[in-house]
Design a protein. Structure first.
Length: 172
């Protein structure tokens, strides 16, 4: 399906930062240029809100990265990394991102999900069917769920222009 992007459309962009970070690292050994990703998501339309969902580790070495996201125009929602007995670590934002998408979709025409996580496929269906939202997904094609790509009104593959959307690594 071909969608039309109008300059008066109100856009909400929700970024699954850990998913994008790990995909870029695994596929290219590079980091994501989130400023360029946000530009692609907005595509000349009216940005209502851009939120990056991040996880704070015990070392706190990611503070500069979080600041860079904010300077790029991306609000951060921060969750503490949970460490369980036996060393298992967890820090995902799936439920928080989904709740924000449903809440914010009512104030926007377009919801852009920056992720490759197939767990968001039912969210896309809900936003489209129940709220009438246009839902676009931005991710790395090779690491993005086929369900996500199929259900989105548009899937933009960051791998089509890696020089624009990737940065050199610093101790990844």
């Amino acid at each position: 399906m071909t969608i039309v992007k109008h300059k008066d459309q109100r856009v909400v962009t929700l970024i699954d930062v850990p998913n994008m970070y790990h995909s870029a690292k695994a596929l290219y050994q590079k980091r994501v240029n989130f400023k360029e990703v946000l530009k692609q998501a907005v595509a000349g339309r009216k940005l209502i809100r851009a939120i990056g969902y991040v996880v704070k580790t015990e070392s706190r070495e990611e503070a500069a990265f979080f600041d860079a996201l904010v300077k790029s125009g991306i609000e951060t929602k921060i969750k503490e990394l949970q460490v369980y007995p036996g060393g298992f670590k967890k820090g995902d934002w799936d439920v928080g991102l989904a709740v924000d998408a449903i809440r914010l979709a009512q104030k926007a025409d377009v919801v852009v999900l920056v992720t490759g996580d197939g767990d968001f496929a039912p969210l896309i269906e809900y936003l489209k069917t129940n709220l009438g939202s246009q839902v676009e997904v931005i991710g790395f094609g090779r690491s993005s769920s086929s369900k996500l790509k199929e259900r989105a009104d548009e899937f933009f593959n960051l791998e089509d222009d890696p020089r624009r959307f990737l940065l050199a690594t610093k101790n990844i």
